[in-house]
Design a protein around this ligand. Structure first.
Ligand code: NAD
Length: 489
């Protein structure tokens, strides 16, 4: 079966692939601006039916108690994705503008293989543990702690790493016994819609357990935060939208899980290999055109070596010109849309207005008048107070900031409304460890270590979110805790 026959996608509601009540909307190739095809455009009624189906599948079937069925279905989905891997790869490059080389990692193959962690966890998880005998208030009692699914999960996702984020919600939510409605970003509907096709055609998921609702209208997604039939909203996206999800969810006291924005710092201490660290920082900031929430976009370097650091970062960035995501050599592809390109350009204009200068880049590449490309850019001459240093840009833009020693570097890293991730480079493991310990962030890379892994929880402090995705902690986000107290006889 070829995916997306006729270059059009459907919704998955109650086990059936159906057209959208509001018709269809185009999906674009951000590297060429060509229309790839269309995606089903759901209306509020479609969303209502999807939520109703998920509610029934949770309340009226054994799904939440049948671990064997859940594990089988998840492994079937994983296998179906493996069987369609090359189609999925081409789709990801075309729709997301993801550089081909990243589809062997975080853009496709890694999250696909990470589904094993969810299935394995469901199999080995201690769903029930004995708290033991006690005599609370003098009553002899045997206590058991049960872990159960939360219920119906509404999952709302962004466009930057759609497979990773869709699967990091679907995997643990379903493995833990929830049912789910996934509402992906309007910029990347196909990445989610193909999961619907694979689920409908290649798995035993009972009707209503997974529903996939693509829509061009953000308001359709917002229904997930408001509908009383939804027990939990799992959201990844901008902090501004996260705030509105939380506000909407407050009316029915839903559990809210948020993975939001970041403005992470890359600290180079004065005993580090400055050139190597700055080069790595620049490389990271240009990858996938900077469209990663955990990318370190503030390079914080010793004041005495500021100019040298800017030069090293600019040297690397100049060599990473934005290119065709189809090419095996491209690291920096397009940003997702004209809107996002204009937003990044607005920040570049702001950098100049704030007194910054470009050590490289600074606008659209001269040789590319189609496609949503932005030059990888190093901004120098600003302090951490500049808006460009404080706000999330989500483009290939690295701001270099001077520090006056380890304490000052940590202070700058923490002087942010966000707290998602960070990096420390130092020649002294103890100094690096001390800085890492003091950073108020959810993940830290020390001297090049990789924190991303199926078994490692990921998430943010402060306005970068609430809760953790992935790892055992990510699985348990999708569970409730029940204490069963039985009077001992
Ligand atoms: P966005 O917040 O605009 O949209 C994210 C999703 O929310 C989309 O599906 C959108 O349709 C939906 N949405 C929009 N308004 C809504 C509302 N009022 N109620 C419910 N849903 C609504 O974000 P984006 O532009 O798609 O993605 C970029 C942002 O996502 C960046 O800020 C980035 O940092 C963040 N992000 C965070 C992580 C993380 O794990 N922390 C991962 C990837 C992206």
């Amino acid at each position: 079966m070829a995916l997306l026959a006729d270059a059009t996608s459907e919704l998955l509601i109650d086990g059936k692939l159906v057209p959208g009540g509001a018709g269809a909307f185009p999906t674009l190739n951000p590297a060429t601006e060509e229309v790839l095809g269309t995606a089903a455009d759901a209306d509020a009624e479609d969303m209502g039916r999807a939520i109703g189906a998920a509610r029934r599948a949770f309340d009226d079937t054994d799904w939440s108690r049948d671990t064997e069925l859940r594990v089988r279905c998840l492994r079937q989905l994983q296998q179906a994705m493996r069987d369609h891997l090359e189609e999925l790869r081409e789709l990801t490059i075309a729709e997301v503008g993801a550089p081909r080389m990243l589809t062997s990692g975080g853009q496709l193959e890694t999250p696909l293989e990470d589904l094993s962690f969810c299935a394995d966890t469901a199999e080995s998880y201690p769903w029930s543990t004995e708290l033991g005998y006690a005599t609370p208030q003098g009553i002899p009692t045997n206590r058991t702690i049960a872990r159960e699914a939360v219920g119906v999960v509404g999952a709302i996702t962004p466009w930057n790493f759609p497979h990773q984020i869709n699967l990091a919600k679907i995997g643990p939510a379903l493995a833990a016994g929830n049912t789910l409605v996934l509402k992906p970003a309007p910029d990347t509907p196909w990445a989610a819609a193909v999961l619907g096709e694979l689920i409908a055609g290649h798995t035993d998921f009972p009707p209503g357990v997974v529903n996939i609702v693509t829509s061009s209208d953000h308001a359709v997604g917002a229904l997930l935060s408001r509908d009383p039939r939804v027990d939990m909203v799992s959201f990844t996206g901008s902090t501004a939208t996260g705030r509105s999800v939380m506000t909407d969810a407050a009316a029915t006291i839903k559990k809210v899980f948020l993975e939001l924005g970041g403005k992470s710092a890359f600290l180079v201490l004065d005993d580090a290999d400055l050139a190597a660290a700055c080069s790595m920082s620049a490389f990271t900031a240009a990858m996938h055109a900077g469209q990663g929430c955990a990318i370190t976009t503030r390079l914080v370097v010793p004041r005495a070596h500021y100019d040298e650091a800017v030069e090293a970062a600019a040297d690397t960035m100049s060599g990473l010109q934005p290119g065709d995501p189809n090419s095996k050599r491209t690291i920096c592809g397009p940003v997702i849309s004209a809107r996002q390109r204009d937003r990044v350009q607005g920040y570049l204009d702001l950098a100049v207005a704030e007194g910054g200068r470009f050590a490289c880049g600074g606008g659209r590449p001269a040789d590319r008048d189609t496609g949503f490309f932005i030059e990888p850019t190093v901004v120098a001459g600003l302090t951490n107070d500049a808006r460009v240093a404080r706000e999330e840009i989500f483009g290939p833009v690295l701001t270099v900031i001077a520090h006056d020693g380890d304490d000052d570097a940590v202070r700058i890293a923490n002087d942010s409304p966000y707290g998602l991730s960070g990096t420390v480079f130092s020649g002294d493991p103890e100094r690096a460890a001390s800085a890492a310990a003091r950073m108020r962030v959810g993940t830290v890379n020390v001297n090049g270590g990789i924190w991303y892994s199926a078994d490692a929880p990921f998430g943010g402090y402060k306005q970068s979110g609430i809760g953790r995705e992935m790892g055992l902690a990510g699985f348990e986000e999708y569970t409730e805790i029940k204490v069963i107290a039985t009077m001992a006889t």
